[in-house]
Write a new protein. Structure first.
Length: 72
């Protein structure tokens, strides 16, 4: 009497349709995702290079300290 209705959602036809949509979505979106990741990675690399040059320049400025160093 109190039986729950059942629905077979994962049929072979529906799964083929689903994976077809996934394939279309990935083929349309993946170039944009790759370009976005490449731009972000290039920006991060540029920040690292700029910081390395700034640290190298600041080390050269530290040679003129206020105290005298004697080497024996």
């Amino acid at each position: 009497m109190n039986q729950l209705p059942s629905m077979n959602f994962f049929t072979e036809a529906r799964m083929l349709e689903f994976w077809g949509y996934v394939k279309q979505l990935l083929s349309a979106v993946s170039p944009m995702v790759l370009l976005a990741v490449a731009v972000i990675a290039a920006g991060m690399l540029l920040v690292i290079i700029v910081n390395a040059f700034r640290q190298a320049a600041s080390k050269d400025d530290d040679d003129n300290d206020e105290y005298e160093v004697k080497h024996y």
